[in-house]
Design a protein around this ligand. Structure first.
Ligand code: C2E
Ligand code: CA
Ligand code: CA
Length: 717
């Protein structure tokens, strides 16, 4: 110690007592018997005794009874190995106030020279007892506990599942979320073996091999961090992170954290699907701009573009436009419904496409109008003919067999430099001509058709004036009853002489219907007929006058009254009137139309269904219609050639009508064979050139005579 003074740069060497009292730990010297022989200042402070109160006191009194043995054992340990340094012990002490406090004690042997050996000391050794109060540690431990609980709370509140595995492969920690996410019962983690947990985890995964592979990889590589995605069999998706667990510099284990990203992934998938849907929708909209949605054919815009392209300079050698329109399509729609109409259009589109080279455009212009553009086609007439034939093949729609037919106009690029709209107009004119020529055919445009078109407009203005100019007259055609052997009825048929030329009713009647002039013409025919036949009718109540009535006329709410007034004025009994209507008037029959017919029937007039069998409706519909007579169309009558053929259609029509209480008239009877055939089928009356042509009023007697002669000739056979 004296040496150290010179080494301490002239500082005074402290005395031993100073050192003792400066010690922050309480130091107590003990006699071998255990009584205190000396205590430093820190001991006085720690235990709260004055120096003389400590002296002679047994050290045990400074410890709570529960720790006496503990301290004794410490002494024993030291005495048993005098050269050793047993580690300090945690104990509880008691101070002068009787208050207990935690402390750490350490012991050492004192060399005999330092203190006199107290009498009775077992070993004769003196001991030094060092005591350090550890109350401050409790506070630190409190802080630690708090920090721990904060950590646990954080761990438990995180959405991630966390698992810590020690280097030895044991579970060192986990949070509840980990158990929940993997559905692991907590008991399983308390067991000795990891095996069931691994089994449980692996059984849930879509790719267990990859899962285990990654674990093994990291086992060989403790420093590594990793991130991957786990797909579950049940559709869930976890992200898996792993990083080493370090304490200081040392890696003691590995932390695994799992995050359930299923909702995020689902949202991503949904967003992706929404994008795909959007793209598909855009694509659909794009095609819709060019496509007819019903038939899938091109639309008008595509056709117009293609036609304009085809006519651009330098011009192609051949450009043909085929414009076509279905015949009587309205009837399909009206009788069988719109679905059937749609089905028919789809079928027509399919057939059309089949007739036309793939490179050429087939478009639907709207309604039942289609157009075909042929470029570089060697024979457009051939294709047009093929279309007409293919379309006319029967097809079953809504349980009904239909034979679609169409009228087609064909216009081709000729020498003259026509533009697209001109070419289309030519095709339109040709199509119109095909319809006028009897439908179910194609016609190639010819400049004469332009004249016909001009004539048509010319005719329309002519028809306006026809009645007032007295150009409308009536022919009468007799209808005979074989049973009664006489003429029983005349049908009044309108005639128009325009500029000295007779215009066929098939031309001017449709025109009159379109323009509404049929009201005026129909009234004229009706009035003229009644006036002409009044006296013939008055001779025999079983005689009657038949007049054709168009659906347009029946729209007039005063029609029935006007007819009855006229009959009254001319002296014709209402029951001697028959009104001929075609099936088409019933298609979209409203109550007012039915009312008109009912009013007339109530007054005694009869209603005949004209042209029966030519429409799309079935025999079964007959019973629903307010009619008294059916007139079998001449196309059926013309099926009878020799009279030896079997024609079940004719017999079933007649039988069906009779079973419904209707009478039957056959039209267009031209031969004796036909008359015989129909008479054999019990047809009630016959009409046709065999008996008489329609004749003007002044030749009525001649017509009657001719008809009766023909009847007699039949009887003589
Ligand atoms: P419809 O009512 O079926 O008239 C019968 C048509 O058959 C008449 O033609 C008549 O001349 C014709 N015909 C008569 N017997 C024979 C025959 O043995 N063989 C052939 N091939 N034909 C025969 P028409 O006079 O040319 O009349 C044509 C159509 O015009 C009529 O057919 C009718 O639908 C319509 N029509 C005529 N007059 C009127 C009218 O005043 N009002 C209305 N709304 N339509 C009328
Ligand atoms: Ca008729
Ligand atoms: Ca007819």
């Amino acid at each position: 110690m004296a040496d150290s003074q010179s080494q301490n740069n002239g500082l005074a060497t402290p005395s031993f007592g100073m050192v003792l009292d400066a010690s922050p730990d309480a130091l107590l010297a003990l006699a071998p018997g255990g009584s205190i022989t000396m205590a430093n200042a820190a001991a006085e402070r720690l235990f709260g005794f004055k120096p003389k109160e400590l002296a002679g006191r047994n050290y045990r009194s400074l410890f709570t009874p529960g720790f006496h043995d503990e301290v004794d054992r410490l002494f024993q340990q030291q005495l048993a190995e005098p050269g050793g340094h047993p580690p300090p012990r945690e104990v509880f002490c008691v101070n002068s106030n009787g208050a207990e406090f935690p402390a750490e004690v350490a012991v050492a042997l004192l060399p005999g020279s330092v203190l006199a050996v107290p009498p009775g000391a077992g070993s004769g050794h003196q001991l030094l007892l060092s005591v350090r109060g550890t109350s401050h540690r409790a506070a630190a431990q409190e802080d630690l506990r708090e920090a721990m609980s904060l950590l646990t709370a954080t761990l438990e509140s995180t959405a991630d599942g966390i698992l810590v595995i020690s280097n030895q492969g044991n579970v060192a920690g986990f949070n509840d979320q980990f158990l929940r996410m993997w559905g692991i019962p907590p008991e399983l983690l308390e067991g000795d073996s990891e095996e069931p947990i691994v089994q449980l985890v692996v059984s849930q995964l879509a790719d267990p091999v990859a899962f285990m592979g990654r674990i093994n990889e990291l086992q060989d590589n403790p420093e590594a961090e990793s991130h991957d995605v786990l797909d579950f069999k049940d559709g869930r998706t976890f992200e898996r992170y792993s990083r080493p667990q370090r304490v200081g510099e040392q890696i003691v284990g590995r932390v695994w954290s799992f995050r359930d990203v299923t909702p995020r992934r689902k949202a991503q998938e949904q967003a992706q699907q929404a994008m795909l849907d959007l793209a598909a929708q855009a694509e659909k909209l794009r095609t819709m701009a060019f496509q007819d949605p019903l038939t899938g054919l091109a639309n008008r815009a595509v056709f117009n573009d293609a036609l304009a392209d085809a006519l651009k300079e330098p011009r192609l050698k051949a450009v043909d436009v085929l414009l076509l329109d279905l015949d009587d399509f309205k009837e399909v729609n009206d009788i069988l419904g719109h679905q059937a109409g749609d089905d028919m259009l789809i079928e027509v589109a399919r057939r059309l496409r089949g007739c036309v080279p793939t490179a050429d455009v087939v478009a639907r212009l709207g309604g039942d109008e289609f157009v075909v553009l042929l470029t570089a086609c060697p024979d457009a007439d051939d294709i047009a003919g093929c279309i007409v034939r293919c379309l006319h093949v029967p097809v079953t729609i809504s349980g009904t067999v239909l034979r679609p037919s169409l009228s087609l106009g064909l216009a081709s690029l000729g020498q003259d430099n026509v533009g697209p709209s001109e070419l289309l107009r030519h095709a339109d004119i040709a199509m119109y001509a095909a319809k006028a020529a009897g439908k179910n055919r194609f016609l190639r445009f010819h400049p004469d058709m332009m004249t016909a078109l001009v004539q048509r407009t010319d005719m329309e203005s002519g028809l306006q004036m026809a009645v007032s100019r007295g150009e409308i007259s009536v022919d009468f055609q007799p209808i005979v009853s074989h049973r009664m052997g006489q003429v029983v009825q005349f049908e009044a048929l309108a005639r128009w002489d325009k500029d000295g030329e007779r215009v066929p009713p098939s031309v001017f009647i449709p025109l009159a219907e379109r323009t509404g002039l049929i009201n005026e013409i129909g009234a004229e025919v009706m009035a003229y007929g009644m006036v002409q036949l009044a006296s013939w009718l008055s001779e025999d109540p079983s005689r009657s006058l038949s007049v054709n009535v168009s659906g347009v006329q029946l729209q007039n709410p005063d029609f029935a009254e006007e007819v009855l007034r006229l009959a009254d004025a001319t002296g014709v009994a209402a029951y001697q009137l028959a009104l001929e209507v075609t099936e088409s008037v019933f298609f979209d029959a409203d109550c007012s139309l039915i009312k008109q017919l009912s009013r007339l029937r109530d007054a005694g007039a009869r209603v005949a269904l004209d042209d029966f069998g030519t429409g799309y409706s079935s025999l079964g519909r007959l019973q629903d219609l307010p009619v008294d007579t059916v007139k079998i169309d001449k196309t059926f009558v013309s099926m009878v050639r020799t009279g030896a053929e079997r024609l079940p259609i004719l017999s079933s029509m007649i039988n069906m009508a009779h079973s419904l209480g209707l009478t039957v008239t056959a039209e267009g009877v031209e031969t004796a064979a036909q008359a015989d055939y129909l008479t054999a089928l019990d047809c009630d009356s016959l009409q046709g050139y065999l008996f008489s042509l329609p004749e003007p009023g002044v030749r009525m007697k001649y017509a009657l005579h001719h008809a009766e002669e023909a009847l007699n000739a039949l009887k003589g056979r």
